[in-house]
Design a protein around this ligand. Structure first.
Ligand SMILES: [Zn+2]
Ligand SMILES: [Zn+2]
Length: 342
């Protein structure tokens, strides 16, 4: 099969070909695994974090990709959940131990043995992959393969971030950064909290216009002060300035949820502008969101089918994965980027 491999940490500003295409044997499923023939795999900002070394794979070579859609080709000896030909998805959570205090309390995303698809185990930038059958999800019929792929990460983690805000219907929600995950959160929040107002902070006027079209009551620049104080804000940016700026827009007791696996250090000194009385005092909180649990993925897929949420996407042949990654790095974004396999 054809597959794209990460082989070392790469500086994407210098090296525009971070992944190497190779022909390798199709993997066989272990007893509790399924083999999937992949048809689509989303391209995620986390792949940039892996490639550039902010969350690198523990060993090389590694096939990236954690928003995978395909059909079951073969089941391992003890895998009985799916039939050959069933359409399934794979998300960021590849496996967890199932026995630790976190796994037993439904927080498998915090398991010390958490393994991520496409970082700790080979992922979806390939024609085939294997995964434990209990970490695959049936895909609702309403979605095409290309539509379903970006939902598996941006959607599922967006769902988890919204859950972690603890918000209630009628409360004000802010979104700072307005990429793939934030679009989906806006649509989810409109549906789940019909009496809430949503405020969006984004750098470009184009993004702000799009936010208003999707139903934000107000959209302004990252540093602006919103016309009302907000109960909670979700940050989906890779940097620090929006974190500091968001805190001033929170109500007393408000919560900022940072939805980013790693922050880039480009503007880390902006944190020195944090002014305790203005940004943090009055019991404001900052909480990060880490990984996803299976529950987030399956609940979100159900919700997305019901609303329905159909992501905008742009497709690339598998062979052009490097181009898709470089364009993501350079913020040339028209909807989610999805690799398609023929
Ligand atoms: Zn992702
Ligand atoms: Zn565990």
């Amino acid at each position: 099969m054809k597959a794209l491999f990460m082989e070392k940490v790469v500086d994407l500003r210098q090296d525009k070909e971070p992944l190497t295409m190779r022909e390798v044997p199709i993997p066989g499923p272990a007893d509790a695994e399924i083999l999937i023939k992949i048809s689509a795999c989303g391209v995620c900002h986390t792949e940039l974090d892996e490639i550039e070394g902010r969350t690198p794979p523990p060993s090389y070579p590694m096939i990236p990709g954690h928003q995978v859609v395909g059909r079951v080709e073969k089941s391992g000896k003890k895998a009985t959940r799916f039939k050959s030909g069933d359409r399934v998805g794979v998300a960021w959570i590849f496996s967890a131990c199932g026995e630790c205090e976190f796994c037993r309390s439904g927080q498998e995303n915090l398991c010390p043995e958490f393994r991520a698809t496409g970082r700790d185990a080979n992922g979806g930038y390939a024609e085939y992959m294997t995964v434990p059958e209990n970490f695959a999800y049936p895909i609702p019929k309403i979605f095409t393969d290309e539509e379903a792929a970006p939902l598996l990460c941006a959607g599922a983690i967006g769902y988890r971030s919204l859950r972690l805000t603890g918000m209630k219907d009628g409360q004000n929600l802010g979104l700072t950064g307005f990429g793939a995950s934030a679009h989906l959160v806006l649509k989810m929040a409109n549906f789940q909290y019909p009496n809430s107002k949503i405020f969006v902070f984004a750098r470009s006027e184009k993004e702000r216009e799009f936010a208003r079209e999707l139903g934000a009551v107000w959209a302004g620049d990252t540093t602006e002060t919103a016309p009302e104080k907000l109960n909670c804000i979700i940050d989906t940016t890779p940097v620090w300035k929006p974190v500091v700026e968001a805190m001033k827009n929170l109500k007393p007791g408000g919560r900022l949820v940072i939805n980013a696996i790693r922050k880039e250090n480009l503007d880390k000194d902006y944190l020195l502008q944090l002014n305790y009385p203005e940004h943090l005092w009055l019991e404001k909180e900052i909480k990060s969101v880490a990984n996803v649990a299976r529950r987030d993925v399956s609940e979100f897929l159900e919700l997305a089918a019901k609303i329905p949420i159909k992501p905008e996407f742009q497709t690339y042949p598998l062979e052009h994965a490097n181009q898709a990654l470089v364009e993501l790095k350079e913020r040339k974004i028209r909807g989610a980027k999805v690799l398609v396999m023929q």
